[in-house]
Design a protein around this ligand. Sequence first.
Ligand code: ATP
Ligand code: MG
Length: 556
Amino acid sequence: MSEVENRPSNFIRNIIDADLDSGKHNEIHTRFPPEPNGFLHIGHAKSICLNFGIAQDYQGTCNLRFDDTNPEKEDIDYVEAIQKDVQWLGFEWNKEIRYSSDYFDRLYGYAVELIEKGLAYVDFLSFDEMREYRGTLNKPGKNSPYRDTSVEENLAHFDKMKNGEYEEGTCALRAKIDMSSSFMCMRDPVIYRVKFAHHHQTGDKWCIYPMYDFTHCISDAIEDITHSLCTLEFQDNRRLYDWVIENISIESTPRQYEFSRLNLEYTVMSKRKLNSLVEENLVNGWDDPRMPTIAAFRRRGYTPASLREFAKRIGVTKMDNTVEMGVLEACIREDLNDNAPRAMAVLDPIKLVIENYDDNKVEILSVKNHPSDESQGAREVPFSKELFIEAEDFREEANKKYKRLVTGKAVRLRGAYVVTATGCDKDADGNVTTVYCTYNKNTLGKNPEDGTKPKGVIHWVSAAQSITAEVRLYDRLFNVPNPSAESDFHTVMNPESLVVIDNARVEPALANAEAEKAYQFERQGYFCLDNKDATADKLVFNRTVGLRDTWAKING
Ligand code: ATP
Ligand code: MG
């Protein structure tokens, strides 16, 4: 089924349908508003798919807007990474990229308007005093002594703030709302503060910056956003947004609707925590394949379609929930099962010597790239007297359940011949180093004439023609389903989240592997060439996902 036929339904789409039916709106405008203070994670992918997906399905528009009011925490590198991720997911934003900082002049004007209306004042209470005056959920706040300063004086103070005449932390512009409101965000929230910080877009033009809550709703209105979709923690703030929009001279009145955040088991999703993993070198950067970032999933071989499918399966509701890793993995596994070409790689190699095969002969076998999709064609795989097979695919003795190579028994080599093991060499510790066998030369693409069809099939590579590769096996980053619930998430990190194999052997066709494009390594799982560390001299493959769901077992 195509993505269009299989359109999701959710409470937000129901609201939009009703708004279109009633004629409240003729066009739908959404936006995705990340703050450029980190890489996007899979939770953002949910929001991207929702906002851009709605714009696509309703022939509306979706803006990409950087909510950049915190210059000290933001960086142009994040701005670039975010654009790349949105595009990679398959979405196109409406016209040029927007920045909240594009609106700093207008925001300043609206702040002046509030002052002129007696609805904002410059407060000189210290940070601690302000907090004390704010009260608590059970105790109303009390008015600042600066709350009744005249409009003229406030205009003069705000002008001085803008001109850099007040030090950071000495004063702030506050909306004059209600210090006894049961919504804390309505107790005269700060809307502008002094910050002598260089901004990645506006440079040193400003030394005052608007607060997020003031900026966000006005930016939505400036852009004529019809449905402003955000996560549930902003539910209370909606009152403040509506208050701001009602009290300034602006036409548009975006309506905000909240949905629940995505939480995923065995990982953390807050940018603050992800940032600390990066800063403390507990992972190798934001795109370390163990991270829940979009860049990490890409590097690991996830496809855009698999993440979009995931967003569709988890849906959009107001209920808090945590999604099992298995749901995400099922999406990529299904995609790659259909689409990933097959290849052979031996992760833990031992030699297999075919005693009755010519010493110097190399046969070029044609092996199908996909078992059922003929359109994927075939590739050439060299076959010779000395091969590598997985150490775990040979035993001297075994019961019937073991359908691999056993001394005296036959097995099929994938895409090649049937071989029968004759014996093996071992090292001083008793580990098998070389297995000997004979092959039946009449079994290429057909069963033995004597009717003894071998039960097992194992993968292999030719010893001389295969290439050494590094293979990185990734596992969950944390040992517990909800690491955020721990007082210190460091204590529950999985020490085996990355296992590096440095002497795997892969078939020669993989020398041409494209970064980020996953292959199924027969019987092992899905793997893709690393997009950073692989070089012309060194192949590095990342495990995207195993062939089967091992999470169910771990949890159950
Ligand atoms: P974090 O808490 O990770 O720092 P944030 O909300 O501060 O996230 P923003 O860059 O402000 O990050 O988020 C941009 C958009 O993505 C917002 O509309 C936000 O609601 C949404 N978003 C962020 N995290 C999630 C999540 N886990 N699930 C769904 N949507 C999310
Ligand atoms: Mg935010």
